[in-house]
Design a protein around this ligand. Structure first.
Ligand SMILES: CC(C)(COP(=O)(O)OP(=O)(O)OC[C@H]1O[C@@H](n2cnc3c(N)ncnc32)[C@H](O)[C@@H]1OP(=O)(O)O)[C@@H](O)C(=O)NCCC(=O)NCCS
Length: 166
């Protein structure tokens, strides 16, 4: 049986995190970015998460980084300071094996421990069934839909908003 280990990310992991994210930016609608950020930018993003005392986790399978998840502030203005937003990305070779589930569940626990009260998922595309299902089974409810706010791969994309208390 393959052993899955979750642990806090280190700067050395960011090269793998950057590669996973770059794949999803280039091929999917989960992220509304179009150009993948480089390693320096991913390290900067990680630093911001850690500074805010929020979790940035990686999942390791046999020494390989198979996915990652982090929470960051939902919005930067001060009154939102108890509300975070999650991000979960799995290497395509490791999808649908329960890794997203393990990461999101640990992320919810870690964000609650850090004092955050609400978690919001901003899901790219109404047809992103993997992400919608993952959030549903972790207690998120659909709270909104912003129709056609994104444009990527020559089509308009909705943003699905889901939320749960921590
Ligand atoms: C969405 C994503 C994080 C899910 O991670 P995963 O490790 O593949 O998912 P898991 O194996 O843990 O499955 C969790 C649940 O989602 C369901 N699921 C996963 N992929 C699915 C898909 N493509 N369609 C329908 N359901 C799916 C699983 O069946 C499971 O639910 P169940 O136990 O009730 O059957 C992953 O597919 C991914 O990286 N997607 C691309 C990037 C993205 O959209 N990230 C989310 C940004 S908000």
């Amino acid at each position: 049986m393959t052993v899955l280990m979750l642990r806090p990310a280190t700067l050395d992991d960011m090269i793998h995190v950057q590669a996973i994210y770059a794949h999803h930016v280039r091929t999917g609608t989960g992220s509304f970015e179009i150009e993948p950020p480089d390693l320096t930018e991913m390290k900067r993003r990680m630093g911001e998460v850690i500074e805010r005392n929020l979790p940035f986790l990686v999942s390791e399978v046999g020494g390989f980084i198979a996915g990652y998840a982090y929470a960051n502030l939902y919005r930067p203005r001060a009154a939102y300071r108890f509300t975070c937003e999650d991000s979960v990305y799995i290497d395509p070779a490791y999808q649908k094996q329960g890794i997203g589930q393990a990461l999101l569940s640990a992320l919810i626990e870690g964000s609650a421990k850090s004092g955050f009260k609400q978690m919001v998922a901003v899901i790219g595309g109404s047809d992103n069934l993997g992400s919608i299902r993952l959030h549903e089974r972790n207690g998120f409810e659909r709270v909104g839909l912003l129709p056609k706010v994104g444009f990527k791969f020559d089509r308009w994309l909705d943003s699905v908003l889901m939320q749960r208390a921590l």
